[in-house]
Design a protein around this ligand. Structure first.
Ligand code: URA
Length: 435
């Protein structure tokens, strides 16, 4: 078997065999296949596509390219959740304690921010003392003792994806549904949970700009997960505008706690209840998704989810007093308002531009090595559909570097579209699969 032949076969539109796909993934991970041949094959795949069987084999080969977590020592149905990335998306930190408060074990690996999107690991690191890296033994023990642990993904998990993703990123081969599916699902399957709930985003602030493209990706990921023997479900949700009012690490942690106390923003609460209900259902603690959703609401009302969050923060070395005293979180030295320059309605608030402005304020990294300003970010004053008067504050931008904060405020202004017409309300949750 040789790479030249495999590249030519896919270039000409033929289906690859299991042996050929495994030869490529294993050879590339080991360093035997050079980047130029891997790039050529990726481009052939990007143009010609992969069928479901090829996608499953590719996912499986990538899943077993490194360590595969064995969570079988932890009793119960372990449930994971994955979002394809968003702006202001802090739902994992809300729904994981809700589901765990009903005894659904959460043994989760999360990612860092990527480009203009935020990452759960960065958000958790804004909590003083919180450890996002635990030994396998501590990770397992924490899940057994408190029912919940969330850590950063280690480089031992799906190393083939790490290499291939970096290559795709610089060869214009990211946006292929088969490659995205194998990339995401290889990591999720290697993380070892029994059930996976996917939140596939569509709209301005996501990879998949249309609902159709997001639905296709969601259906494919559900199929591949099911073929791997996992319980799967997915939602397709809108990421045209940021979720909630807070964007940026410590600001989002405050919004998480406000939501767990019952004071969350409407859009964030809506999606959190659906996802938490889905997790409770997939975890076998409710007979239906509807029942799971009701249970999620109760966990907020009676405070059990907030208590589980406190327990989780403490178990992972963080200061649990943040729940009662937000000033214990990193606070910004500077704040610059963004004001409306005309009367009207907020017709749109572009998620991608908002995410980029938050990154510019210091909340995200422009390069891999850059340090994050944990206090930096945006607190929105207005969201799409809100009426505004000239001079009203649209948002406040925070950070510890005044030049960055001012530049971010100027950029953020471009994210708002104000018009005379009240915009039509778009549904946040477009579709569900398997719920
Ligand atoms: N996220 C991933 O992990 N992989 C992709 O290919 C796209 C988004």
């Amino acid at each position: 078997m040789n790479m030249n032949g495999i590249i030519a076969k896919k270039r000409d539109g033929y289906k690859l065999t299991e042996e050929e796909i495994r030869f490529f993934v294993n050879g590339y991970t080991r360093g035997d296949i050079p980047d130029y041949q891997a790039s050529a094959l990726l481009m052939a795949i990007y143009i010609r596509g992969l069928d479901e069987e090829e996608i499953f084999v590719l996912t499986d080969a990538m899943r077993y390219s490194g360590e595969v977590n064995d969570l079988s020592d932890i009793p119960g149905i372990k449930v994971d959740k994955h979002s394809t990335g968003g702006v202001g998306d802090k739902t994992s930190l809300i729904i994981a304690p809700i589901a765990a408060s009903y005894g659904v074990p959460i043994a989760k690996m999360s990612g860092r921010g990527l480009g203009f999107t935020g990452g759960t690991v960065d958000k958790m690191e804004s909590i003083p003392g919180f450890r996002t890296s635990l030994s396998q033994e501590d990770f397992m023990n924490q899940v057994k003792d408190t029912g919940i642990a969330i850590i950063g993904q280690t480089s031992e998990v799906a190393p083939a994806d790490k290499k291939l993703y970096a290559l795709r990123d610089v060869t214009a081969t990211v946006g292929n549904v088969g490659l995205i599916t194998s990339s995401i699902m290889s990591k999720k399957l290697a993380s070892g949970s029994d059930a996976i709930l996917l939140d596939v985003k569509c709209g301005d602030g996501s990879f998949m700009k249309t609902e159709e493209a997001a639905s296709e990706l969601a259906a494919l990921m559900v199929k591949v997960g099911t073929m791997a023997g996992k319980r799967m479900a997915a939602i397709i949700s809108d990421m045209g505008s940021p979720l909630g009012y807070a964007v940026g690490n410590s600001l989002e942690i405050i919004e998480v706690m406000e939501t767990l106390k019952g004071y969350g923003p409407k859009d964030l609460v809506e999606i959190a209840m659906v996802l938490a209900g889905g997790m409770i259902y997939l975890g076998g603690k409710a007979d239906s998704f509807e029942e799971g959703k009701k249970m999620a609401e109760v966990a907020i009302e009676n405070g059990q989810a907030l208590e589980k969050f406190r327990e989780f923060v403490k178990a992972q070395g963080g200061n649990p007093d943040i729940v009662d005293d937000y000033t214990l979180l990193p606070e910004a030295t500077f704040s610059v308002p963004v004001e409306a320059d005309r009367d009207g309605y907020v017709a749109n608030l572009f998620a991608e531009k908002t995410g980029l402005a938050s990154q510019q304020a210091g909340a995200g990294r422009a390069t891999k090595e850059e340090e994050i300003d944990m206090a930096a970010g945006i607190y929105l004053g207005k969201k799409p559909g809100d009426e505004v008067r000239r001079g009203d504050y649209l948002a406040m931008v925070y950070g510890n570097n005044i030049a960055k904060v001012k530049a971010a405020a100027a950029s953020l202004k471009e994210a708002f579209v104000i018009s005379d017409e009240m915009p039509e309300k778009q549904p946040l949750i477009k579709k569900t699969i398997g719920l």
